[in-house]
Design a protein around this ligand. Structure first.
Ligand SMILES: [Mn+2]
Length: 320
């Protein structure tokens, strides 16, 4: 669905509440914090109070930089919600649509009114009640928030524009993945408010050790049928799910590769697969056969298993 079709209704719902709480997924990334901050500007433009719920104890470097430059009064822990609540409270979920992925997975029980603004594929465990604004065609939650900011005619400061641009740059992998005309338009609009692409690159500066770990995963790649890139992580390394996804994104950038699959240990007894596709080959449908899911272009699964090779062989079987 297109978010702008619901923009008027969204404004009405926000104005019908006194306080709006905004929450992203656990392990905040630049898209989650950027869209949450952008949403808080929209809410304040409508003269309502806005707080971002954060329970994460540690932050990845980009998110830490953003949080440190934002006034503390913008954030609230879910344990302190009652101090900020008034009679009419609204919860806006950004950058996820799954209850169990929220900063606090019990949060929904605290709110009668809920809005979800997201770009991820919904499934049976997605939030059902409330106003669900999911556009899986969009690159990022930050792109959706920028569309709203444009529609409502809200002017932004350079700092917050840079943060929101950062979310788009992260989720498109520097305008490579899921980038369409409106993605560039959002980037143009944010840049017109002074968003600084060099500062985005500073936010996204990566740890060289993580980079080397990812390169080691890439080195083992096998090309199947001249179009599928399949690679596996080291047996002794536990990978973050987003690290596997980044490797899959990278593999898609090579000539002839239409889909990529990265298999790696994500905990002692769980193996993850992250898959990416240019779109012709539906990786979501494929990974459903391995208990996972997602969209045609992005999908993942987690399998209770200790042997990476077993999982890789299962994957190869299905690919054939
Ligand atoms: Mn996102």
């Amino acid at each position: 669905m297109k978010i702008l079709e619901k923009a008027k209704e969204l404004r009405k719902i926000i104005k019908n509440h006194e306080v709006v709480f905004i929450v992203g997924h656990k392990d905040l990334d630049l898209d989650a914090i950027g869209s949450a901050l952008g949403m808080s500007y929209i809410v304040e433009k409508f003269k309502r109070e806005a707080y971002i719920i954060i329970d994460d104890e540690t932050f990845e470097p980009a998110v830490e930089k953003i949080i440190n430059q934002t006034p503390k009064s913008r954030f609230v822990k879910s344990s302190d919600l009652s101090k900020k609540k008034k009679v009419k409270n609204l919860l806006v979920v950004v950058d996820t649509n799954k209850e169990k992925l929220l900063q606090n997975s019990d949060l929904l029980t605290e709110f009668e009114d809920v809005i979800v603004i997201d770009h991820h594929q919904p499934n049976s465990s997605s939030i059902q009640n409330g106003m669900i604004l999911i556009d899986t065609e969009s690159s990022s939650a930050c792109e959706l928030i920028t569309e709203l900011i444009y529609y409502y005619g809200i002017r932004l400061e350079p700092e917050i524009s840079t943060t929101i641009l950062g979310g788009i740059v992260l989720d498109t992998n520097n305008f490579v993945v899921k980038t369409q005309a409106k993605t560039y338009f959002a980037a143009y609009h944010l840049t017109s408010f002074g968003a600084d692409p060099r500062k985005v690159q500073y936010y996204l500066k990566q740890d060289i050790k993580d980079y080397i770990i990812r390169q080691k995963v890439i080195i083992d790649v096998e090309i199947i049928d001249e179009k599928f890139a399949v690679t596996t992580g080291d047996d002794s390394v536990k990978y973050k799910r987003e690290e596997l996804a980044k490797v899959a994104d990278t593999l898609l950038q090579f000539n002839g590769i239409t889909a990529s699959f990265v298999v790696g240990k994500i905990s002692d007894d769980t193996i993850g697969i992250s898959a990416r596709s240019e779109g012709k080959f539906d990786v979501g449908a494929l990974l459903e056969k391995l208990g996972g899911g997602g969209g045609p272009q992005e999908a993942a699964t987690q399998i209770q298993e200790k042997s990476i090779n077993k999982v890789k062989n299962q994957l190869l079987e299905i690919l054939k």
